[in-house]
Design a protein around this ligand. Structure first.
Ligand code: ATP
Length: 242
């Protein structure tokens, strides 16, 4: 059985339909790169999986159970953790206090504060610093660490590179590497396609709210990605996938 199943999902922001008939399954250990141009609907889909938006239609199943209307705090307790775009840390709280918030989900597992500091060694000397005083890379590491503290089965990483210098992004990805190869199921939204394809086992490309490409990462060419990303297959007269 799939760990996560998305079935014909529609999500709206008022009159605007941001996600249109999206369906896919994720197996345990999949690392899914969710790609697409600005406004394609990636963040809306990630937030919908995390419970921040309720679907207008369709279903989200976790381990076969329909969680479409389960509120976000209960989804964390069921093992879905989102590292949101923009990190959303509590800037007046310390690194350690932010990390401990991840524990409030009450899930047990291998992740604890010391293991987070092992995974992100640059955070340890900053554990008592307020996160508002941290560098972008340290803030991103704290946001990822906070999610890991909830011992998730599915980790949703939305644009972890955003606003970071290439050098810092390299460091964050190096630190993520152990996680990416540890069997944790991950959905990664990443604008840097090369970086996303390096770590992903599977790639889904969204265009105007729809899935237009869904393939194992090893089977997909740069050309296919470019065509899906920019909707060039439609310009060539083909029907878009839906
Ligand atoms: P980006 O890479 O720019 O973050 P995205 O692929 O993540 O893009 P979304 O942020 O999900 O796309 O946006 C999808 C569409 O929904 C866009 O047209 C966007 O303007 C719109 N949208 C997103 N959030 C809201 C909101 N809170 N209210 C109204 N419209 C929204």
């Amino acid at each position: 059985m799939s760990l996560l199943s998305i079935r014909n999902l529609d999500v709206r922001h008022g009159l605007l339909q941001a996600v249109r008939g999206v369906s896919f399954d994720l197996a345990k250990g999949d690392v899914l790169a969710l790609i697409g141009a600005n406004g394609a609907g990636k963040t809306t889909l990630m937030r919908s999986i995390a419970g921040a938006h309720l679907p207008a239609a369709g279903n989200i199943l976790l381990d076969g159970e329909d969680i479409s209307t389960v509120p976000s705090h209960k989804r964390i307790a069921r093992g879905i953790a989102l590292v949101p775009e923009g990190r959303r840390l509590f800037s007046q709280m310390t690194v350690e206090e932010n990390l401990l918030l991840g524990k409030t989900a009450g899930r047990t597992g291998d992740w604890n504060i010391e293991r987070v500091f092992d995974a992100f060694p640059n955070l340890k000397p900053r554990r008592h610093a307020k996160t508002g005083h941290l560098s972008g890379g340290e803030q991103q590491a704290t946001a990822i660490g906070r999610a890991l503290m909830s011992n998730p089965d599915i980790l949703l990483l939305d644009e972890v590179s955003l606003g970071l210098s290439p050098l810092v992004v390299d460091r964050v990805y190096a630190q993520l590497h152990a996680l990416l190869t540890s069997g944790t199921t991950i959905v990664l939204v990443e604008q840097d396609l090369g970086r996303a394809m390096n770590v992903a086992s599977r790639v889904i490309c969204m265009l105007e709210g729809r899935v237009v490409l869904d393939k194992p990462a090893v089977n997909v060419s740069r050309d296919e990605i470019t065509q899906a990303y920019f909707g060039l297959h439609r310009a060539a007269g083909e029907r878009s996938a839906s």
